[in-house]
Design a protein around this ligand. Structure first.
Ligand code: AMP
Length: 219
């Protein structure tokens, strides 16, 4: 299946993506993770992206789109993929549709995680991420087994630079101004599926899998 995960920052896209990618055996493609890896490695792309990310704004479409259109053409995407954090603008969504069309493919569903702003701000304040594999935790709601250490790979957990309170508010504003329009874009195309992102993580995963399983039978 070719899926998109949509939702404001802190809606739980990354966490759901890990579960869904494992259950559906499709690669998890996170543009945020790709940018952060490039920043860590000091690449030209990382250098250009960093100032936008630190300011809580979007990396320009021309830098973002080719990363994804190249990535989805790789062999491991033959049976599908899960896009997390892309598209974030209407031009990105249009470029994605055009790239898929040229591959004779299309998106099967867009999973929209709904979470109110006040919950997001609270969640982001406790968020920790693994500096090696990017897995997300929360100090209260999703603690690692050993404090400060990633359950998956044993590396150190850190606070993302852009999870500082001022940047979180800016990211929410960016989401509302630029990304929220994608909800209507995908409703029009009959692809949007809404989920309550405030429920327990496994419950939301189960609901998503059940719903897209039904969709799959109808395809
Ligand atoms: P994320 O990990 O998805 O929250 O992304 C972190 C940051 O990376 C965002 O706040 C943006 O600055 C940048 N970013 C990630 N994906 C995109 C995208 N599709 N378009 C533009 N900027 C992006």
């Amino acid at each position: 299946m070719k899926l998109i995960l949509l939702g404001p920052p802190g809606a739980g896209k990354g966490t759901q993506a890990v579960n869904l990618s494992r259950e559906l055996q499709i690669p998890h493609i996170s543009t945020g993770d790709i940018f952060r890896a490039n920043i860590r490695e000091g690449t030209a792309l990382g250098l250009r992206a960093k100032s936008y990310i630190d300011a809580g704004s979007l990396v320009p479409d021309e830098l973002t789109v080719t990363i994804v259109t190249d990535r989805i053409q790789r062999d491991d995407c033959k049976n599908g993929f899960l896009l997390d954090g892309f598209p974030r603008t209407i031009p990105q969504a249009e470029s994605l549709a055009a790239a898929l069309k040229s591959m004779n493919a299309r998106i099967d569903a867009v999973i929209n995680l709904e979470v109110p702003d006040d919950v997001i701000v609270r969640r982001m304040a406790g968020r920790r991420v693994c500096k090696n594999c990017n897995r997300s935790y929360h100090v209260k709601t999703i603690p690692p087994k050993q404090e400060g250490i990633c359950d998956s790979c044993g590396a150190e957990l850190i606070i993302r630079d852009d999870d500082r309170a001022e940047t979180v508010l800016e990211r929410l504003k960016t989401y509302n101004e630029k990304t929220a329009h994608l909800i209507g874009f995908y409703v029009k195309r009959g692809l949007l599926l809404n989920f309550d992102g405030t429920k327990e993580i496994p419950e939301t995963t189960r609901e998503i899998l059940e719903t897209i399983g039904k969709q799959d039978n109808n395809l």
